[in-house]
Design a protein. Sequence first.
Length: 501
Amino acid sequence: MKITASSPLLYTVAETYALDAAAIASGIPAIQLMKRAGRAAYDLLIERFPAPARITVYCGAGNNGGDGYILAALAAQRLVPVVVIQLTPPDALSGEARQAYEYALQEGVVMQPFAAAQAPVEGIIVDALLGIGLRDAPRAEFAAAITQINRTGLPVFALDIPSGLNADTGAVAGEVVQASLTLSFIAIKRGLLTGRGPAVCGELVLANLDVPEKTYAAASPSAERIQLAELQGLLAPRAADAHKGDFGHVMVIGGDTGYGGAALMAAEAAARSGAGLVSIATRPEHIPAILARRPEIMACGVVSGQELEPLLARPTLLVVGPGLGRSPWSEQMLQQAVKSGLPLVLDADALNILAAGRVVPSARQRNEQSTPWLLTPHPAEAARLLGITTAEVQADRFAAVQAIQTRYNATVILKGAGSLVAASGDKIAVVTDGNPGMATGGMGDVLCGILGALAAQGLSQPDAARLGAVIHACAADLAAEDVGQRSLLATDLIPYLGELL
């Protein structure tokens, strides 16, 4: 996902409205902000799509429709063929939107009501239908217009947000515009970057409309993008006399019968991410394959929790869950890991067992403890941890990741398009790197190995989570450049970890 914006800060709808109100209070008339938005949109359209055969602007009401009318007026001034398709009758427009409509009318823009308009067959479509205030599914006529836009197959330029997308959550309740390019005004809305957002907004550009810097300085947004360049300094250069004991010992616990590869991928990722020592506790039958693949890893076969217990005296941190399964053996492994009091990275079936309530501590007891935990659920695992449905998690990923963080007193990565990182007292962080090729088995195993290694080297769980999540995504982008997204395998990421770290 390409994002053109200098600031990493992300805003809710309410926070954006507050910025808008503060800008107006500073002396910028509301109509002037709308004209700046229309101008920025027109300039970007012509930059990305020079000499369009025709511009078709679908206009609703409110500020979003007003922005569309301004853009259409500017196109008409420059003799670019432009048509406005109206979803809201002119007599229903008010305020700045009405002024923008009259401006477009003055410039001779051709306007047609949606009911009488034909779908465009050439040029560029501008989506100025619904804006950032939408909370539910679009009403019938707007849904029909969105369907029409998507069926044209033409490039679509969305103003502020693709219509139908929830700007706060990234969820979609009905029809949604599939944009090629989105220009976000004043601030990047956080819903553009997670859930369905990355799939429907295309390239994302920010126009700050020359809002004074002091307006932003007074704001306190609740989310931010993770930027790799700002985090790479967390790992200091190694001293010339360093030894392996300085960089932690990660033990991966997992690999029930038939799932040894998951534990091995996590361990290899940990080794490549700088852990001084890496070991695996797994089913005995997996040991020969592990040693053949990666002899640097210390492999221990264990058949019970009792056999695992003495091995837990040496590690700095435990990664529990890759290939763990949900058998009695699996539960014994997790019980011993929790009992050890060591920092934990929990993934996959470790989360499912935890959610089922068969392993102490309970959520309440967990909140009374201080041992660092890092949880890495995908949406279905998050739903089990919260006792809700996967659809409910995806309907508000920000609320879900915050709820898990609070319930388990842990740092949490909610995986998926636009993975979210939540830690106590911090802004929710959003991963905007990565690609659809990561939708394949083993990616989570590699991620938790990276996380374990970073935390074992002395990073706090929140820092390890942010750096590890973005390193994982960037490695996937580099690997996809070589093998393509469709052919990407989890182990393809591992050679790029050294390059990035």
